[in-house]
Design a protein around this ligand. Structure first.
Ligand code: MN
Length: 204
């Protein structure tokens, strides 16, 4: 757009879950807003955009959402190697991965990035995965409370699977994770969400 003389003057605001404002500005955006978008952030960005527009000509303002085709997955995993392996694999699969090292961080990031799906390790120090899942399912925002969750656990205790599902996990996978099974499980849950419209559309 910026290279084209016809569209080059149109101010662009980038909206993304990826916190890379310098890159957005370097590419020619007038502003960069981190998702989820707040009313005040959007207002400030639009004000900035308005300032760079020739007001006499009433140029249009276009808002571009970053990575519209790449779904964000929140991975909560305390074990560093597992976190890197799963994260690398899913990034290669085309997802945007946001990682949390513990339950509290997972809950905080959930609010910040509104992921399309959560991969939740159950054995974590402090607030464990079951507790996090229970908390997520109790959230007031339907878009967050209804997010698909896959529980990951190294324990093979009888009843483990049932406990995860009872807490509100959609699926249960035992560790070490079979990557092929993981990829299929994620796709199934994401596609199911698209079909039922369970996800809130405005989350984009
Ligand atoms: Mn763990």
């Amino acid at each position: 757009m910026k290279a084209d003389p016809v569209t080059g003057a149109i101010p662009v605001i980038v909206i993304s879950v990826i916190d890379d404002r310098p890159k957005a500005l370097q590419l020619g955006a007038v502003e960069h807003i981190l998702k989820p978008v707040s009313r005040s952030d959007l207002q400030l960005a639009l004000n900035t955009a308005r300032r760079v527009v020739d007001t006499d000509r009433h140029e249009p303002v276009m808002v571009v959402s970053g990575n519209p085709d790449r779904e964000t997955i929140l991975l909560a995993e305390d074990h560093e190697i597992s976190r890197l392996l799963v994260s690398d694999f899913l990034t290669a699969q085309g997802y945007v991965i946001v990682t949390a090292q513990n339950g509290n961080e997972a809950l905080q990031l959930l609010q910040e990035v509104c992921p399309a799906l959560i991969l939740m390790d159950i054995q974590m120090p402090g607030m464990d995965g079951l507790e996090v899942i229970h908390t997520v399912r109790g959230l007031k925002e339907p878009g967050l409370a209804g997010v698909p969750i896959i529980a990951l656990t190294a324990l093979s205790m009888p009843g483990d699977r049932e406990r995860c599902l009872a807490m509100g996990a959609d699926l249960y996978l035992s560790k070490p994770v079979d990557f092929k099974e993981l990829a299929v499980s994620i796709r199934t849950l994401l596609d199911r969400g698209d079909l039922t419209g369970a996800r809130v559309a405005s989350e984009g």
